[in-house]
Design a binder for this molecule. Structure first.
Ligand code: PEP
Ligand code: MN
Length: 352
C-alpha cells in the first residue's frame, strides 16, 4: 500500500498528469516511477479514453518540465479544490463503484433495501426474502448500531453479521452494513460487501483512514450538519489511503423543520455531481424520518439525478427495535419499485 504524503495548507494545489489516449501501460508506469523518484505518490486513474495520474505530496517537488517531456504525457493540470482525489477536476468521468457485480454510479439506478437493524434471524430472513422478490440486489441491515441513547438497542453484533452472511448465501444479496469503530472494521469487512460509515462517524478520521486501507467499497453518509466540502474531505481521507471505491449518501441534515426528522437536501445531489466524480445515493428514510414521506422523497431523489437509494424496510414497523417510524412495509417498497420503473422510462435510465 502506498504511504500517503501530507500537505501543508499552502501546498493545497495538486497536479494531475493527463496521458495521451495512445499512451501504453509502459509509458504510464514510467511516469509513475518518475513521480515516485521525486518523492511523490502517483495515483493512476484509468479512464475509458485515457489514463490520468494524480500526484499527491509537496507541489514544490514536482518537476513539471521533466514529466511533460516523458513519452505519452499530454498535459499537467492543477487541482484547486481542497479535496483532490474526490474532485471532478481530478477525474472528469463518473466513477462506477462495483459492489461484487452491482454497479453504483453507472447507467442503472440501484436501490439498497432492508431493515435499519438486524434484530433476529426470523425478522431479517423475512425482510430479505421480500427484498429479493422486489428485485433488490444490495441488502442493508445494521449489526452495530450507533444510537443516540445508550439505553436503546445497540445491535446484535457478530451474531447479526452471521445472519447477514446467511442472507447472502440464501438469497444471493450483497450486504451493506455499518462499521461504527476502528476495532470492528476487520470483523465487519469479513461479512460485508460494502461497509457503511454512518452520519455520526463522517468525521471520525481514524475510522475513515482505517476503511481506506481495506479492500472493500465504502458507503459514506453525510454528517447531519456537514457541508458538501466536509463530506468530500471525508471521502478524501478514505481515498488517499488507497481505497477509491467510495459512494456518497445524502441522508438529510439538521434544520428547523418539525414536519420531518431531518431535511433531505436534494440540491446536494446535483451539487455533488458537479464537485465530484463519486456516485451519490439518497436515503429518504433517515432523510425524512417519517414513513409517509419516504416514497415522495425517493421519487424526488431519483428525479434529481441520484445514482441510487438506501431505504429502510420492515415487515412490522411498529415492533421494529430501531427507526420503526420511518420504515416502509415490503408492500410500500414494491409500490416504490413500480413507480421508479415508470420514472426510469421518462428519465432514460434503468433500475438495477
Ligand atoms: C442507518 O443507516 O441506519 C443510520 C444509522 O444512518 P445515519 O448514519 O445516516 O443516521
Ligand atoms: Mn436507521
Amino acid at each position: 500500500m502506498e504511504t500517503p504524503l501530507h500537505l501543508s495548507d499552502d501546498q493545497e494545489t495538486q497536479l494531475l498528469v493527463v496521458m495521451e489516449g495512445t499512451a501504453t501501460p509502459d509509458m504510464v508506469n514510467r511516469v509513475c516511477a518518475e513521480i515516485q523518484k521525486m518523492g511523490l505518490v502517483p495515483h493512476p486513474i484509468p479512464g475509458p479514453h485515457q489514463t490520468a495520474i494524480g500526484i499527491t505530496g509537496s507541489k514544490s517537488r514536482v518537476d513539471s518540465d521533466h514529466l511533460l517531456a516523458l513519452a505519452g504525457v499530454r498535459d499537467i493540470i492543477q487541482i484547486t479544490q481542497p479535496y483532490k482525489l474526490a474532485s471532478r477536476e481530478f477525474h472528469p468521468e463518473n466513477t462506477v463503484v462495483d459492489v461484487n457485480g452491482v454497479k453504483l454510479g453507472g447507467e442503472s439506478f440501484v436501490v439498497i433495501g432492508g431493515p435499519c437493524s438486524v434484530e433476529s434471524r426470523e425478522q431479517t430472513m423475512e425482510i430479505a426474502s421480500q427484498m429479493a422478490d422486489a428485485g433488490v440486489r444490495l441488502f442493508r441491515g445494521g449489526a452495530f448500531k450507533p444510537r443516540t441513547s445508550p439505553y436503546s438497542f445497540q445491535g446484535l453484533g457478530k451474531p447479526g453479521l452471521e445472519i447477514l452472511a446467511e442472507v447472502r448465501s440464501r438469497f444471493g444479496l450483497r450486504i451493506v452494513t455499518e462499521a461504527i469503530d476502528t476495532e470492528m472494521v476487520d470483523l465487519v469487512a469479513e461479512y460485508a460487501d460494502m461497509i457503511q460509515i454512518g452520519a455520526r462517524n463522517m468525521q471520525n478520521y481514524s475510522l475513515l483512514k482505517r476503511v481506506g486501507r481495506i479492500n472493500k467499497p465504502v458507503l459514506l453518509k453525510r454528517g447531519m450538519s456537514a457541508t458538501l466540502e466536509e463530506l468530500l474531505m471525508a471521502a478524501e481521507y478514505i481515498m488517499v489511503e488507497g481505497n477509491s471505491r467510495v459512494a456518497l449518501c445524502e441522508r438529510g441534515i439538521r434544520t428547523l423543520a418539525e414536519h420531518t426528522r431531518n431535511t433531505l437536501d436534494l440540491a446536494a445531489i446535483p451539487a455533488v455531481k458537479r464537485m465530484s466524480h463519486l456516485p451519490i445515493l439518497a436515503d429518504p428514510s433517515h432523510g425524512t424520518g417519517r414513513r409517509d414521506k419516504v416514497l415522495p422523497m425517493a421519487r424526488a431523489a431519483f428525479a434529481a439525478g441520484a445514482d441510487g437509494l438506501m431505504v429502510e424496510v420492515h415487515h412490522s414497523p411498529e415492533s421494529a427495535l430501531s427507526d420503526g417510524q420511518q420504515a416502509i412495509t415490503p408492500l410500500e417498497f414494491e409500490l416504490l419499485m413500480q413507480q421508479l420503473r415508470k420514472l426510469a422510462l421518462a428519465m432514460d435510465r434503468t433500475i438495477g
